[in-house]
Write a protein that binds this ligand. Structure first.
Ligand code: URA
Length: 235
């Protein structure tokens, strides 16, 4: 990859600005300061301002989304999860994006990545990636809802196709743990709404094999990139 391509690809500056970065001696290849934006380099061996290129093979992070922030980038909708992440990640090409979305008031595990193939596999119901939600309801639920959720017959208002079977566990009179393999719009809230209950708190604790654990709200940590073998296995 050319040096100017590299700087813009990884979000450091535009291709036009790359000449200035190089002239200022900010870019090196294994200790040799580069002076030609057209030189072809291996991103894994380049440093910018003395630091290795971040995520030369891609980025994957787990964010503990707090309540009150939205998953979209668009202005006018309030504070965005992207404001909790380094700005350069959004300047990359492709930029990082959230793997699916959580509602503004939902907290918990959100994956953020620039690995487009994985976004597709993780969000497609066809691939059955199970997500776990901790749910607090506005009143007690019923034991038999476990079977209703598992039946694959629960239909959301305005939709013709029933939800795929989901696993519900009661952890208190008004508290449940729900495991879903799809991610329809407001799905958890709408499923309980069909049964006459409102979700008053919603928190995602697991996404596939990733567990939120004790990650502090509002912070993120990098994850190892899944291997290409796993991508093939995931279908
Ligand atoms: N289901 C919902 O209703 N909201 C979310 O944020 C996630 C799943």
């Amino acid at each position: 990859m050319r040096v100017d391509q590299l700087l813009s690809h990884f979000g450091y500056c535009s291709r036009r600005e790359a000449g200035l970065w190089v002239r200022r001696g900010r870019v090196s290849l294994e200790g040799r300061v580069l002076d030609d934006v057209g030189e072809r380099v291996d991103p894994g061996r380049v440093t910018v301002d003395g630091e290795a290129i971040e995520g030369p093979e891609g980025l994957l992070v787990m964010l503990h989304k707090p309540a009150g922030v939205v998953c979209s980038r668009s202005d006018g909708e309030g504070r965005s999860v992207y404001e909790l992440l380094p700005g350069r990640w959004s300047q990359r090409n492709p930029p990082v994006t959230t793997v699916g979305r959580l509602d503004r008031d939902t907290t918990g595990l959100l994956l953020v990545t620039d690995l487009g193939d994985w976004v597709h596999r993780w969000t497609s119901p066809k691939h059955h990636v199970e997500k776990t939600y901790e749910v607090v309801l506005d009143g007690p639920g019923k034991a038999e809802w476990v079977d209703v959720f598992a039946s694959g017959t629960l239909r959301l208002e305005g939709e013709t196709k029933a939800c795929l079977p989901a696993r519900l566990e009661w952890v208190g009179d008004c508290q449940a743990r729900l495991h879903l393999v799809e991610g329809r719009f407001h799905q958890v809230k709408r499923m309980f709404s069909e049964l006459g209950r409102e979700v008053v708190r919603l928190h995602r604790s697991r996404f596939g094999s990733y567990e939120l654990g004790d990650l502090t709200e509002g912070t993120w940590r990098k994850l190892e990139l899944p291997s290409l073998d796993r991508l093939a296995e995931a279908g």
